[in-house]
Ligand binder design. Structure first.
Ligand SMILES: Nc1ncnc2c1ncn2[C@@H]1O[C@H](COP(=O)(O)OP(=O)(O)OP(=O)(O)O)[C@@H](O)[C@H]1O
Ligand SMILES: [Mg+2]
Length: 279
């Protein structure tokens, strides 16, 4: 169970003039699945860093406002405590891996050793994650010989092996084929059922829409809108907001004027039947 919160949060990278995040107020409730969407450079990754505490600890800069986990400010936790509770999967899988381990098995074990798990506990966790992600054929391979898609799955493994309460995934599907993407959907669906708090930063919104409880639209470092998927897209359609819509919504709004977003096949069919009967 874990709730994350940013209040009046702004951030400017060191050496930069402009604030990349501007007065963000965001509460991600325990067990909630949040999708963060926005154009390239909107600040999505930086927002993910803020929710994990990577800023200001790894990337320095000027920070205003507060980051809270379960109502306590991040400063009240040790680095190891935060690492165990909040898992972060980087946009580039190479950033995730230590690059000092020569096999996948060692890489997964390293994640556990880093947070102080004993050998037996580490072995148990690695075995479970290898089974879960179907990685047994890769465990003795050197990560440098693997494809980007495989690395992306392994990067997820280095997080899941710690069984964190919060998962932040930054564009985890960018290198995945459709089958592996479907598998990721199933993993996330299972993790959601377990009550994990999940934050997904994704351009590819269609594949995950049915899991999303809370949608955050980010534009130039500010929250443009947030709420349930249906509410956010309904508001956006009503004012003709130029954003990325789900494919069905975008497609059908070119055929007929929509006042409610179309998010699934059944609603699409109803609209299309209506268009046909007009002819
Ligand atoms: N380490 C850094 N130092 C200075 N500026 C940075 C740094 N990282 C990102 N930025 C700037 O912050 C802004 C937001 O970047 P960020 O990577 O958070 O956006 P994004 O929405 O994740 O983009 P993308 O869709 O391309 O992944 C950009 O203008 C970027 O150039
Ligand atoms: Mg990014």
């Amino acid at each position: 169970m874990a709730q994350l919160e940013l209040s009046n949060f702004s951030f400017r990278y060191q050496g930069s003039q402009d604030y990349v995040l501007k007065d963000i107020n965001l509460t991600l409730k325990s067990g909630q699945f949040t999708l963060i969407n926005g154009l390239d450079g909107a600040g999505k990754t930086t927002l993910g860093y803020a929710l994990k505490g990577i800023i200001p600890h790894v990337f320095e800069g000027t920070l205003l406002g507060e980051q809270r986990l379960n109502h306590k400010v991040f400063q009240e936790y040790t680095h190891q405590e935060l690492t165990k509770i909040i898992g972060y999967c980087f946009q580039n899988p190479w950033t995730q891996l230590s690059m000092i381990k020569s096999t996948l098995e060692e890489e997964l074990s390293f994640s556990c050793e880093n947070v102080g798990y004993a050998l037996e506990e580490t072995r148990f966790r690695v075995k479970a994650i290898v089974r879960l992600l179907d990685l047994s054929h890769l465990i003795h391979k050197n990560p440098i010989h693997l494809s980007l898609g495989q690395l992306q799955t392994i990067a997820l493994g280095t997080i899941l092996v710690l069984d964190p309460d919060v998962l932040i995934l930054d564009e985890p599907t960018s290198q995945l084929d459709p089958l592996t993407r479907r598998r990721l959907f199933n993993h996330l669906s299972d993790l959601k059922k377990q009550g994990k708090t999940i934050i997904l930063i994704e351009h590819n919104i269609d594949d995950f829409l049915e899991l999303v409880d809370h949608l955050v639209l980010l534009e130039k470092g500010s929250i443009l809108d947030q709420g349930s998927v249906i509410d956010v897209y309904t508001r956006s359609l009503s004012i003709g907001r130029d954003i990325q819509y789900p494919s069905l919504t975008a497609l059908l709004s070119t055929i007929t004027s929509l006042d409610k977003p179309i998010l699934n096949d059944n609603d699409a069919l109803t609209i299309l039947k209506g268009v046909k009967s007009h002819d």
